[in-house]
Design a protein around this ligand. Structure first.
Ligand SMILES: Nc1nc2c(ncn2[C@@H]2O[C@H](COP(=O)(O)OP(=O)(O)OP(=O)(O)O)[C@@H](O)[C@H]2O)c(=O)[nH]1
Ligand SMILES: [Mg+2]
Length: 380
């Protein structure tokens, strides 16, 4: 699973990326700080069944902190988007293809209004404008790709040489857009290619709005206004970065997504003051820094994923090495036992004989739908 960070320059994408992945990347208030895409690993979180079962787990492909399972996903941070990027303006459209590898996008907005559309310092800029501009850039870019070959595809389709959805899918395949998504989009009403592009984008690239810089007073005001019309999460990427770095350096105990932290070690007055500010103004007011909420929202809500725990022994919840609840897999909601088997390994899929739901003891067939938090033994 890959998630991309997108937005105009200087909104805090790299700060979000660094906070979420702890990969050391350059952050600055210059415009176009990031040029080449940064890639790293971050985690989505879900309640680990070890709590409910009262067992102590030994994660292998993931981590568990205090009963919260952290499951890795890939995060991509790209260059800032400028109006006209689809025509090659700014850093051009190469990074649009970098970004489109991602299944879901996080649109990082600077809610403070202190950066204009080009990322330069200003005051009173309305960040709502950036929301529409992102959709329009992506749509025009997809439209351009469709336009290049559209007449040819229509001719081929009318001769019966190939199907329209196959041609469109071939072209968009590299953008992580599935055949199913193309087919569904083509089945909807559209008057022109821009409308079709827009439908394809909605079908294939869910976008979560991250209202960043919520520590700044103007951003707090703007958030109150925007939340009436948009599903937007208040975020303080800089605050999350400070917390995760303090945790890494052993100064505090902090689980991402939580609304508090514990101080473990003495620190400088300045650092203590900064952490207190985050506690009072962000964590207490909004319940978290928002970074983890945004990641969980895009994966679990927008991309409709669930977490399933495959085991080799359904009575002991272990793999062959005796690790309890070793692996957590992210699967699309609606996935069945056979889908899980193939996700583990094609050999396991091919020799599938059934499955057992470890919590209920129930025997499952190929088509049995899995639920979030299920622990499953595949029988081969
Ligand atoms: N106040 C405040 N400033 C932030 C926050 N997050 C990022 N910033 C600042 O915003 C500026 C831009 O941050 P970057 O992370 O480099 O922004 P970017 O979106 O990656 O920028 P480009 O790579 O140029 O596209 C830096 O000065 C950050 O310190 C935040 O939560 N609050
Ligand atoms: Mg950057």
């Amino acid at each position: 699973m890959k998630i991309g960070l997108v937005g105009k320059t200087n909104t805090g994408k790299s700060t979000f990326f660094k906070a979420a992945s702890l990969v050391d990347v350059e952050i600055s208030n210059r415009i176009f700080t990031t040029i080449d895409a940064n890639k790293g690993v971050t985690y989505v979180t879900s309640e680990c069944p070890c709590k409910e079962l009262d067992v102590s787990c030994d994660p292998v492909n993931s981590k568990c902190e205090d009963g919260t399972r952290l499951i890795p996903v890939e995060l991509i941070d790209v260059a800032g988007l400028v109006p006209g990027a689809h025509e090659g303006k700014g850093l051009g459209n190469k990074f649009l293809s970098d970004l489109m590898e991602a299944e879901g996008l996080i649109h990082v907005l600077d809610l403070s209004g202190r950066t204009d559309e080009g990322g330069n310092p200003t005051s009173g800029y309305d960040p709502e404008k950036d929301i529409g501009f992102l959709y329009s850039e992506i749509d025009q870019w997809i439209k351009n790709l469709l336009e290049e070959n559209w007449s040819k595809w229509e001719r081929e389709a009318s001769r019966g040489d190939s199907k329209l959805y196959e041609c469109v899918h071939d072209k968009l395949n590299g953008l992580g857009i599935s055949e199913k998504e193309v087919k569904k989009s083509l089945g909807k009403d559209y008057d022109n290619l821009l409308e079709l592009a827009s439908i394809i984008r909605e079908e294939s690239k869910p976008i979560v709005l991250a209202g960043n810089k919520i520590d700044i007073p103007e951003a707090k005001e703007k958030y109150e206004e925007l939340k009436e019309n948009y599903d937007i999460i208040p975020v303080c990427a800089e605050g999350e970065l400070a917390l995760r770095e303090a945790e890494k350096n052993g100064l505090i105990e902090y689980t991402p997504g939580e609304n508090s932290f514990k101080i473990k070690k003495d620190m400088s007055k300045k650092k203590k003051k900064a952490l207190d500010f985050i506690k009072e103004n962000i964590l207490k007011k909004y319940g978290s820094t928002g970074v983890q909420d945004v990641l969980n929202k895009i994966v679990f809500d927008s991309l409709n994923q669930i977490v399933v725990y495959p085991v080799e022994s359904s009575s002991k919840y272990t793999n062959s090495d005796g690790n309890i609840l070793p692996d957590a897999y992210i699967l699309e909601k609606g996935s069945s036992a056979i889908d899980l088997a193939y996700k583990i390994h094609s050999d396991i899929g091919d020799s599938f004989k059934g499955a057992i739901n470890a919590k209920s003891g129930e025997k499952l067939g190929k088509e049995s739908e899995l639920n979030d938090g299920d622990i499953i033994e595949i029988l081969t």
